[in-house]
Ligand binder design. Sequence first.
Ligand code: GCO
Ligand code: MN
Ligand code: MN
Length: 386
Amino acid sequence: MTKYAPTKKFTFGLWTVGNTGADPFGDSVRKKKSPVELVHLLAEVGAYGVNFHDNDLVPIDATPAERDQIVSDFKKALKETGLVVPMATTNLFASPIFKDGAFTANDPKVRAYALQKTMNAIDLGVECGAKIYVFWGGREGTESDATKDPVTAIKRNREAMNFLTEYVIDQGYDLRFALEAKPNEPRGNIYNATTGNMLAFIETLDHPEMVGVNPEVAHEHMAGLNFTHHVAQALEAGKLWHIDLNDQAFGRYDQDFRFGMVNLKSAFFLVKLLEDYNYEGPLHYDAHAMRTEDYEGVKDFARGCMRTYMILKEKAEMFNADPEIQALLAEINAEDPEMDAFFGPYSREKAIALKNHGFDRCGIAKRGLKYERLDQLTNEIILGVR
Ligand code: GCO
Ligand code: MN
Ligand code: MN
């Protein structure tokens, strides 16, 4: 097998490699491809799976007969290529009906329609094999807080999640939800703006055991946050069930760049975290090729996303095997047997002993931690000179 072959569960949305390059300032630069064509493109580049929004596959105004034909053609392409559908989701943002949100819209008809559309989309996803259902509430927010009460919005969101988890249970589906946070765009402000907000929100649901998160690199970066730390919190809580990989310069518009294109070092620490903690869920690229590209460029983009992950995985292994780095880490993390008596569960005796212990505050602070050396060694691993 060739070096850096894509051997992980790498997936792409139909909307990612299918992106035609239109932006708010310009028209499409690539001709639209059908879902079947996109499945074949993904198979050609070596992807493991394909994800979709309901309307990436079935147009919003398709008749039931058209729907069935489309789904059967799509399933045939999956069978031919061996690609699977690990995740599906609902488009609750493109239609003008969602201009004020879906589950949090002020108009009850819109909220009810959003639930109806999501139930149908869940049926479609499950029919195609999806085991994870992503919720990204791109329109769930405001431009002006005069327009919506934020507490009411949280309650509406919760009610929708509770209704839909019950729907999944009622249907007997083997499906878990993954909530995806984003701070803004397309709304001025989106509710539950970060992965941390989502983790807190999940604990207030009727079925928290059915709901995890789908963090996205670009979204935490748009908020100026450390993505790896957010992923770590989700991982540690047992809630990292899906992940959207891409790249994004801090402080810019929503860029959806190829994985590792801008922030290679953050990408390294992310891959290292996922590999060190044996994350086994799908690695989904929610990104798209630059507007300068034709479909050969789209394939370059997709291959590049996966290849960068595989290269960084190798770099993480090198970091973990590097004797100098490991010696530094051992030194940094060395335990002090004298302190053992103060850690672990609380007891009154322990608290008293700790309060009476004398610390050489200035002496302890004098020790250099060698982090400069450690970080430089990390850079040299990434730069390929070690
Ligand atoms: C975005 C989001 C979306 C979602 C997708 C799946 O910034 O537009 O990342 O791409 O991930 O709708 O729910
Ligand atoms: Mn995004
Ligand atoms: Mn996303």
